[in-house]
Design a protein around this ligand. Structure first.
Ligand code: FDA
Length: 458
């Protein structure tokens, strides 16, 4: 079926694509959003699982994420604070569980000093990094040649200090082992949140949630766009020239002057381009890959850890579940814990059968909260690596050397095709805030291009 021509076709109904479409429509342009899945939201997905409402993908909002906060305000969405009263728990290298308050883990004094020195060094570098152009840092080339693991080893011989600092960027953010990405990539991750301290402070970065779930953002945006969002429409082909494109799914074809490719970069190659994308993009896209994390949801009749004086915040760089939090749903008398199992730990656990995996994960979480953790009434693992239209979590990052070599062309348009996704963002990189920023950026660029075009044809 051939659709009437549009000014812009947006591929992907995640936060980036729907933000772009909303802005373009507001500027008077006609849009059509084509979404492969039978739902909108991409990596934002609120589901009822065995009677519990769970946010399977992104959920937290922090105060620096101003693009997201503006969108929440515009859409009339309310937020609530993560529960954080009480003590946190740290499980160290010998498996000892220690309760603590404040930001510093309860590590030996020498390790604490080594962590302080590492953080100071990182903060100084992060302050020099523009998250939109990390490759312009004077030492960018050198910083992109060395893995984060090797860079940390150059800074301190204290293994526990290195493991703790590595955890925040590797397991907890890029969800790749620290040998798999560069020090420059690590600096970008921290700079995208304003500072390393912001990134590692759960009270900052994991501050609030949205009443009704963060998927309410794409759901409400899509509702306003109405019939201009089509579900179950995987884009397979884009035939393009300098003046426009013909975009095809198995069911429909539509011509447009502009295309916004609002899908994770690892999926660009699922589409056939005619003519093919330029060499530079073919190469660049191969150097980006998704991290891998299992987001574990465990619901209990009551938030029992609160009665033990625990906030629910827990870290263990040597644990299978390296971090966990109170994730109780707004207004729910039950208690929910969320835990994360990252990169190589996730590989190992996915090699087990489901029962064994659940037992291993809950046992690890019980090291934080005690034996009651082993008996949740609802248990669920978000497995984004198995999702055909995502293929990992949380997002994509460059391999060693890729950011400095290819970063400058990450967002360079190809003919009428522009790229928008959280994985290409500076501020808000790998977060919904970044997706919204990228959607808004490409929309503004298209609006400007259209303005010049109409002026020329007048
Ligand atoms: P996204 O991947 O969401 O959207 C792309 C869309 O394109 C998808 O709907 C996909 O189906 C579609 N698509 C792909 N190929 C297509 C094709 N060929 N044709 C048509 N459609 C196609 N962020 C945050 O701010 N706070 C948080 O707490 C978290 N936590 C978190 C946990 C987990 C488990 C995950 C997986 C992710 C997060 N994130 C997060 C990250 C956040 O969810 C993510 O950065 C954004 O939702 C990404 O939005 P985008 O629109 O850029 O891509």
């Amino acid at each position: 079926m051939t659709e009437p021509d549009r000014d812009v076709v947006v591929v992907g109904a995640g936060a980036a694509g729907l933000t772009a479409a909303t802005r373009l429509r507001a500027a008077g342009l006609s849009v059509l959003v084509l979404e492969a899945r039978d739902r909108v939201g991409g990596r934002l997905w609120t589901q009822d699982v065995d009677g519990a409402t769970l946010e399977l993908g992104g959920q937290w909002v922090s105060s620096d994420q101003t693009a997201l906060i503006e969108t929440l305000d515009e859409l009339g969405l309310e937020t609530y604070e993560r529960y954080r009263e009480g003590e946190s728990v740290y499980v160290g290298p010998d498996g000892t569980s220690t309760r603590y308050t404040g930001e510093m883990f309860p590590v030996p004094p020498a390790t604490e000093a080594a962590i302080d020195a590492l953080v100071e060094r990182l903060e100084a570098l992060v302050a020099q990094v523009d998250p939109d152009r990390p490759w312009e840092h004077p030492d960018a080339d050198a910083l992109d040649r060395v893995s984060f693991e090797a860079w940390l080893a150059e800074q301190t011989p204290d293994q526990e200090a290195r493991d703790n600092v590595a955890l925040f960027i590797a397991g907890a953010m890029l969800t790749k082992p620290p040998h798999a990405f560069s020090a420059l990539q690590a600096l970008l991750m921290a700079a995208s949140a304003g500072s390393f301290s912001n990134l590692v402070d759960p009270d900052f970065i994991l501050d609030r949630r949205v009443v009704g779930g963060l998927q309410s953002v794409p759901l409400r945006l899509a509702e306003r766009l109405g019939d201009d969002v089509r579900l179950g429409q995987p884009v397979r082909e884009i035939a393009w020239s300098d003046v426009g494109a013909l975009v095809r799914t198995p069911d429909l074809a539509v011509r447009a002057r502009h295309v916004v490719l609002a899908v994770p970069p690892v999926l660009y190659s699922r589409i056939s381009y005619s003519p093919p994308l330029p060499r530079r993009q073919h190469q660049l896209h191969q150097h980006l890959s998704m991290g891998l994390v299992i987001k574990v949801h465990a619901v209990y009749e009551t938030p029992f850890w609160r009665d033990l004086g625990l906030s629910g915040t827990a870290f263990g760089p040597y644990e299978v579940c390296h971090e966990a939090y109170d994730n109780t749903l707004h207004g729910d008398p039950r208690g929910t814990l969320v835990g994360f199992v990252s990169d190589r730990n996730a590989d190992d656990l996915f090699a087990l059968d489901a029962d064994e995996r659940r037992e291993r994960i809950l046992t690890s979480m019980s090291h934080y909260y005690g034996p009651q953790t082993l008996e949740p009434s609802v248990y669920y693992e978000s497995d984004w690596g198995s999702e055909e239209w995502t293929r990992g979590a949380y997002a994509a990052s460059f391999d060693l050397g890729g950011l400095h070599r290819y970063g400058p062309d990450l967002r360079t348009p190809v003919g009428p095709i522009r790229f928008a996704c959280s994985d290409l963002a500076g501020l808000g990189y790998q977060h919904v805030d970044g997706a919204i920023r990228m959607g808004a950026l490409v929309a503004d660029q298209i609006v400007q291009t259209e303005k010049h075009r109409t002026e020329r044809t007048r």
